[in-house]
Design a binder for this molecule. Structure first.
Ligand code: FAD
Length: 456
């Protein structure tokens, strides 16, 4: 058996892993990224390929390193197709957006982290963690082409993606690490890269369309005007969809895709849930999809992964410099996540909860009656200026849906309360229980207002 020693062992060469690793390497630490795929396949990840807000990405891997993978920077709005209402809504997307060649992007971040001094060990599947008698995580055990390999480290960063296998093996009984995680809080998604013979008319838009059930959607994201990322997903608390068949059926019914060629196919789970309440344990931090850092209404997780990786590494570097490994020393990581995007994502999750409880036709006709600006704010900011006055005007336009509008309004009020509550996220692990109890009371109101089954 081979044993390696590093300051940081990062499991997973995705966005969160590469940002965490580059941050620690640039601070002068010995860092290895352990990745189960081979070097050529690393970075090849199921994704819609829409990248938001790269201009402000952390310095560890700046936007200039990612730009060679940007294939379409001309997208400025969402195009919501509502077949039930025979309507198309054009909704502005705030901020910077690019559709990217995701595999190339994946390889760019790996190259950039390598240049910062990170070692990459490919073909290496992590199967278990090592914990000392106090419960602190001190390394991982892996298999590389049939051989056992052990990595000892001051910190392990779990960047292994959705439903990370590592979390099944850690004994979290001595920490606040969030274990209230179930596959039903995830979305199962699938996408194809499709080459169409003629340029599409909507190469400046992200196209969304509801699936036959409320808790899912289809997307068509133009990487170029002839290369389209086409995909769909559904929340896993619903009866399973036949993703490949359902996508095929939609493609067959769209004229633009006649004679199209499928170039790549991939599927994966993504966390369409609130961020983990705590993603720290002595010696161990979970980042990105492994800690639920995805916008649960859009499925966008690249930005959250980049920030979380960076914040986790920075907290661990501070702890290492102070010679400590306990949770309190890592807590600033949880606080920064909640402050930057976690609170917003938790509030957005309320609309996700609502979507599992309403009828898709009702939801779509309601959507068709809402103003684009407020929808855009609701989707990306987690809150919107959808006041009573505006609600009344909308109601006049949408006679027959007043019940849903009132429910939507109530849902927004309770989502705003939740957002406020996240502002008092505790400053140490000690305060977490009390904070969670108050948050769970608000969630009870969410379930009452939406009529949805409890998600957590
Ligand atoms: C179909 C789909 C569409 C999406 N569309 C978008 C989009 O358009 N825009 C957007 O911003 N986000 C999108 N997302 C979400 C986004 O892809 C993720 O949030 C993001 O990739 C998370 O990065 P990560 O580094 O946390 O995890 P990942 O990118 O999943 O990386 C995890 C890495 O860990 C490795 N690994 C896992 N287990 C082990 C192990 N035991 N040992 C060693 N290595 C391991 C994996 O091979 C992988 O390389 C989408 C997700 C899906 C599934």
């Amino acid at each position: 058996m081979t044993t390696h020693e590093f300051d940081f062992v990062v499991v997973g060469a995705g966005t969160s892993g590469c940002y965490a690793a580059a941050t620690a390497a640039k601070a002068g630490y010995d860092v290895v990224v352990v990745e189960r795929k081979d070097a050529a396949e690393a970075g090849h990840i199921a994704c819609g390929d829409a990248l938001k807000g790269a201009a402000n990405f952390p310095d560890a891997i700046p936007k200039s390193e990612l730009e060679p993978a940007f294939t379409n920077t001309g997208v400025d709005h969402g195009r919501f197709e509502i077949p039930q209402e025979d309507t198309v809504l054009d909704i502005p997307i705030p901020g910077e957006l690019a559709v990217i060649d995701r595999w190339k992007y994946g390889q760019r971040i790996i190259e950039s982290a390598s240049e910062a001094g990170v070692e990459f060990h490919y073909d290496t599947v992590v199967q278990d963690v090592e914990q000392d008698r106090s419960g602190r995580v001190t390394g991982v055990r892996a298999t590389r082409k049939g051989d056992a390999v052990t990595y000892d480290a001051a910190f392990v960063v779990d960047a292994a993606g959705s439903l990370s296998l590592l979390q099944d093996t850690v004994d979290f009984s001595e920490s606040t690490f969030d274990t209230n995680v179930d596959y039903s809080q995830f979305c199962s998604a699938y996408r194809e890269i499709v080459e169409v013979p003629e340029p599409v008319e909507w190469d400046d838009a992200l196209v969304f369309k509801p699936t036959e059930r409320a808790a899912g959607y289809l997307w068509y994201f133009p990487r170029t005007d002839t290369e389209i990322n086409a995909g769909l997903g559904f929340q896993m608390n619903e009866e399973p969809m036949h993703l490949v068949e359902d996508l095929k059926r939609d493609l067959r019914n769209r004229g633009e895709f006649a004679g199209a060629e499928v170039k790549d196919k991939l599927g994966a789970a993504l966390p369409t849930r609130r961020p983990y309440d705590s993603a720290t344990h002595p010696g161990y931090l979970a980042v990105g999809d492994a800690a639920g850092h995805v916008n649960p209404t859009t499925g966008g997780g690249i930005a959250g992964a980049a920030y979380a990786g960076t914040y986790a590494a920075e907290a661990a570097i501070d702890a290492l410099e102070d010679g400590v490994h306990d949770e309190a020393a890592l807590w600033s990581y949880n606080e920064r996540v909640m402050d930057h995007f976690g609170a917003r994502y938790a509030a957005l999750d309320v609309y996700n909860v609502l979507s599992t409880a309403v009828d898709v036709d009702d939801l779509m006709s309601l959507l068709a009656s809402l103003p684009g600006k407020q929808l855009s704010e609701a989707l990306y900011a987690g809150t919107s200026s959808f006041g009573v006055g505006l609600a009344a005007k909308v109601a006049a336009k949408s006679f027959g849906h007043w019940g849903q509008i009132y429910q939507m309004y109530q849902t927004k009020r309770v989502a705003d309360r939740l957002l406020d509550h996240y502002e008092s996220y505790p400053s140490s692990p000690d305060g977490l229980d009390r904070w969670q109890a108050r948050r769970d009371d608000i969630m009870d109101d969410v379930y009452e207002v939406t009529g949805a089954d409890a998600k957590y």
